[in-house]
Design a binder for this molecule. Structure first.
Ligand code: HEM
Length: 277
């Protein structure tokens, strides 16, 4: 099925991929060139896994997981397979985030620095816990075949809202962490004197914001949704009494030219419910 504004979609997708990739290069260059490198020794090189794993896993992989249903070349694949890919990428992002936390806690414990004193650490831990909860509830709702379709449909707006809210929060928490680290780590010259590391890492922060903005844009365009999801979105947002012509190309394509009264649309939507969410 053709996607509306395919060129714009491909542009936004390539931009997100490129910006995300450059952000990963930036965080690696930060820790390998400006800082102590990477190791698992309880020291600063172990702490450096914290930003690296967060940027690769919790920001980049999570961002890709959010938009994976939008890729038009996956629309031939079954919804179940796409759900496994979405859940798999989100699980990988969660594992990266947990290992990133272990690196920060381990470093603090070895250096006898108190744990959990900053706002960054409070919001960060909360984000990881809520993300874990979102993952467990998501798997329970949408991958366990026994869950009633009505529950799936009722919970979907909450799942979408919390997913986008958590992704945005993770980027905000990462920006707080970056700023803290620059303030702690730069002494001669200081952060306020704009040494090259400060400028470089400020740019990393900008890249994370642009990546987040692009992912949120792609995720919130209704015409870029997978066709079966578009239909359900249209029916939900119009209370089921939708004129078929307003339901976008997906529904027109599904319509077989017969009666398009409400009941008919609902019957079709029921047939599609097993594809839902
Ligand atoms: C510490 C979470 C991203 C820098 C912490 C701690 C948590 C946390 C829970 C507390 C560790 C402890 O108390 O022992 C997160 C989460 C992030 C994130 C969930 C992603 C959303 C970043 C990034 C940086 C960073 C990208 C950049 C270097 C720091 C620093 C500390 C820290 C400097 C030690 C000071 C403090 O506890 O605030 N982080 N972090 N964080 N994080 Fe992050």
């Amino acid at each position: 099925m053709a996607m509306q504004n395919l060129r714009q979609f491909l542009f936004a997708l390539s931009a997100a991929g490129a910006v995300g990739f450059v952000a990963i290069i930036f965080v690696l260059r930060w820790v390998l060139h400006f800082k102590e490198g990477l190791a698992w020794d309880g020291g600063l090189a172990e702490f450096n896994w914290h930003p690296v794993l967060i940027v690769i896993g919790f920001v980049f992989l999570q961002g890709i997981a959010i938009i994976v249903y939008r890729l038009p070349w996956t629309w031939q694949c079954s919804k179940l397979m796409m759900k496994f890919i979405h859940a798999g990428l989100n699980s990988a992002a969660f594992i990266f985030a947990v290992v990133a936390l272990v690196a920060a806690f381990d470093f603090h414990n070895t250096a006898k620095i108190p744990n959990m004193y900053s706002l960054h650490s409070w919001l960060g831990l909360l984000a990881v816990i809520l993300y874990g909860l979102q993952l467990v509830i998501g798997i329970g709702m949408y991958l366990i075949p026994l869950t009633p379709v009505s529950w799936r449909a009722a919970f979907m707006p909450i799942h979408v809202y919390s997913g986008l809210f958590l992704f945005t929060s993770v980027i905000a928490v990462a920006l707080m962490g970056i700023t803290e680290k620059l303030i702690f780590g730069l002494s001669n010259p200081k952060y306020k004197d704009s040494p090259p590391e400060a400028i470089f890492v400020n740019v990393l922060g900008l890249l994370l914001v642009v990546f987040g903005a692009l992912i949120l844009w792609i995720a919130t365009r209704t015409p870029w949704k997978r066709p079966s999801d578009q239909i359900l979105h249209t029916l939900h947002t119009n209370g089921g009494s939708e004129d078929i012509t307003k339901a976008g190309p997906a529904l027109s394509e599904l319509a077989d030219g017969t009666n398009t009264e409400d009941g008919d649309v609902r019957r079709r939507s029921n047939k599609l419910d097993n594809l839902d969410d």
